[in-house]
Design a protein around this ligand. Sequence first.
Ligand code: ADP
Length: 546
Amino acid sequence: MSSRGDGSRTALIVALLLVSLGATFLLAWQAQYAVSLHRAAAESVVRDYAALAADEFIRRSAAKVGYEGYYPLIGTLTRGLAATGDLGKSVPKSEELGQGDERLRAALPLANRYFTTLPGSEALSFEVAAPPIEVRSWLSEQLKRPRDENGPYTVLHGSVADEPVTVVVSEWTDASRRKRVAGFEVNLEALGAYLAPAIEERSLLPPSLGKGEVTNAAISVSLIDHRGVERFKSGPREFLDFRVEASFGDAYGGVLEGSRVRLSVDPAAAPRLVIGGLPPSRLPVLGGLLLLTAALVATAIREIRRERRLQRLRAEFVANVSHELRTPLAQIRMFAETLLLGRVRSEEESNRSLRIIDREVRRLSHLVENVLQFSRRERDAVALSSLRGEPAPLAPRVEETIEMFQPLVAETGTRIVARLDPEAEAAFDPDALRQVLLNLLDNAAKYGPRRQEILVGIESRNGATLLFVEDQGPGIPDAERERVFDRFYRLPREGASATAGTGIGLSVVRDLVTRHDGRTYVETASSGGSRFVVELPAPGSEDSRG
Ligand code: ADP
């Protein structure tokens, strides 16, 4: 399969994932849109009910004020005047009222000052103290205007010195059969107390709504007069979600013309008013789902990219291994041919050829060892069996391996110095130990300069046995110190250099050491190069018994 094909397949999978993310987003948006439509519909129903309640408030308060308040008051006044012509005697008084006059008695606080026009003139006479001159002149002005005399009385609304004034007037006929005007100024302050019983006795909403369970406790209402002064208020507090305003207009002969009612319904009562209640917002759930999907898609894409990178690294690995195999094979073939064809001139030359063949064979078998070890590990990555040898001193085995390695670097003038604690012991499988050390030595030689000194050491420290290899090479940047142990990973600078490698050496080292319950890490050597450390539990320590 070509990597080009792989690339376009990856792009296709990523595109499909993104499309599914987009589709999820669209679905979530649709769902949210549907919920918001549903909610808007339910809210408008509640608002309609609020308007209904406001109309009921207008109807009830206008009827109460007009029919039960102004009408009996003005009636009593004009009838008295027509009979006696005396204002003082005609004004309804609490103490003169009988048992059947309860309505009138309740309405008394609504009237402030009674008045009538004087015989044969427009001048006004007041029952008690006359109001301020501004009120009197406003009233005279109003009385001069033509009035609609169809109803039992006329209500005049105005303002004097920025204060609202309401006056109720009507006509009466005096003894000399002349039309005269009488009336009273309304005590607006008393309006609230007067209206309260009528508003509070029954719910403002029709009982058929909400099974009659929505009482006035769920309704907040206030009456604002024609000058903006609040005259009546009931209910808990204003609910901004479901608020309506309505004006009284000329309802019931304009008794409260210019006044407005502001009414709002408690959202908590909405479930009882609208079937199914107000749909709750789905935003948190939808948002959560979207985030989850986005996270899943991101993870999937990351995994795909990681897989792709690994594939690429594997392909590079195969190329690198082939390259690493080719060089020693070419050498072996060349020197073997030289020997076979008897082209060597001296004993010394033939020995040199044999040494080179030996060296290259060692290098080859080391490489093959590494690849085998690596592929074994790749095959059963899950079942990493633990490796353990008999506890034994490390020094002799390390010396053996150094000896084995020496010929490989003989030509470069590299010196290998060993500083080995003969007492240090560890339970390390001998083959594994050799491979670990060979890999570290190979790297030290490969990445260090010619004619350098490589230090191999064994130490016992804090109940652990340390094996380390130091070189005089360029060292490893801090940020890369963990990654160099990853399979296939090579430092970026290797891309530019000609140093061959497969990127599996250190991962084999770490794998083998981990299987002995040990640790591997790299630090900066005192020489400035790298110092690769293998730390093994010493025999008899806590770790090794575990
Ligand atoms: P390889 O040597 O085949 O590339 P390794 O796994 O042995 O693979 O090493 C991984 C990378 O770590 C190397 O490519 C190199 O960049 C870096 N490295 C390893 N050992 C040394 C060292 N002693 N000095 C400097 N860099 C090193």
